[in-house]
Design a protein around this ligand. Sequence first.
Ligand SMILES: [Zn+2]
Length: 423
Amino acid sequence: MKILVKDGHLLDPKNNMDGRYDILIEDGRITAVGAGLTTNDAEIIAADGLLVVPGLIDIHVHLRDPGLEYKEDIISGTRAAAAGGITSVACMPNTRPVIDTVPVVEYIINKARRDGSANVYPVAAISQVMKGDVLSEMGELKAAGCVAFSDDGMPVVSGELMRRALEYADTFGAPIISHAEDLTLVGEGCMNEGEVATELGLKGIPWVAEDAATARDIMLAEFTNSRLHVAHVSTKGSVELVRQAKARGVKVTCEATPHHFTLTDEAVRGYNTNAKMNPPLRSQADVDAVRAGLADGTIDAIATDHAPHHYDEKNVEFAIALNGIVGLESMLPLTMNLVRDGIISRQQAIALMTCQPAAIIGIDRGSLEVGAVADLTIIDPDLEWTLDARQLKSKSKNTPFDGWLMRGAAIRTLLAGRTVYQR
Ligand SMILES: [Zn+2]
C-alpha cells in the first residue's frame, strides 16, 4: 500500500526540514521525502496549504485503563489522541491495578496494539502500588516495555527512596518522572494560594509546595548523576530551578501543560471544578515564566496531563472535586496560540510536541526521515472551530475550554501510514 502526501508544508524540526516537500509512504514507513515526488499507484493525500508534521507525542496521559474505564480506556483515550493529532502517548501508572507488574504493562501494550488509535508507552510506578515504600521491579518492567518510572499523582515522599529510584532507573536508561509536591505544604489546599483563593474562601496551595519538591529532586538527580524529568512545572520558581540546573549540567528535563501556559487561577472563579487540577492554575507571573521557559528551551516538552473524570466526580463542591482535566484534543490549538502570540516559533512548537518528548522517553518517533515509521499529522494551522465538550472523543468532558474558539486543528492523523483520524 502506497500513499503520497503531496504539496504540504513539511515541518520536521529534528531533521531541520521546513518547506514544501512530498512524502511517500510504503507499507507504513516513509520511503521518500522530496520536492515533486510522483508515483502512479499511490493514494494521494493533498496537503496544499497545510502543515505536515511528525505525529504529535504526549508523554503525560492518564488512560485510566485498567480499572477505571468509566472515565476513559485505551480505545477512547487513543481515539481522543488521534483527534488531537497525537500518535504517541505515555500513560501514567495510577490505574487499578497500578502499572507495577509485567502483566499490566503487557496488557496495556497488547490492547493498544490491537485496538488503539495511537502508540501507547506505559510509565511504570517507582514504588510498589505507588505507596512510596519499596521500589518496583524496574528491570523487569523496563524489559516488558515501560519507558519511564513515576508515581505521578503522588510525590515520592522519601528522599532516600527517590535517590535509589534515580540510581536504579538510570542503569536501565529510563528517566524518573517527578511529580514534585510537598504534601505537608499543600495541606488541605485545593487551589493556588493567593488573592483569588482568599476571595473565594478556599484553602490555598503555595508555590513553595512545588518549588521545594522540585529543588529536592533536582539535587538528588545531581547527586546521583541520573536522569530526572520534572512533570507539569507550573511555577516561576520551578522553571528557574530547572534553568539553573541545566546550566550546571544536571541531567534534568521538564514539561509544561497547555492549561498552565494558558490559564491563571482566575479561571477558578465561580468555583469552576473544571479549573481544578494538581498542580493548580497559578498566577499571571507563573504563566509568564512558563512561557519564557518554553521560549528559551528550559522546558523541553508540552504534555497534557490528560486526566479524565466522570461528571459526578466534578459536579460536587470545589474542595472535594477530583483534580484534573482532559487535554488531548486541545493541546494543538492552545500551543499554536503561543506561536501566534510570538512567544515561540512554529518550529519550536512542533519540536516541543514531537522530537523533544520522544528523546525524553527514548522512543523512535517524532521524525519524518526516510525509513521512519509513518506517524504523521496534517494540520490546518488557521482552521477556526469551537470546542464543544460534548463532541470530544474522550469519554470524559471535564475541560475548562468548553465553548472556546480554537484556531488550528489536525485534519488527518496517520499511524504507521494508516488513517486513524480524519476531520
Ligand atoms: Zn502529576
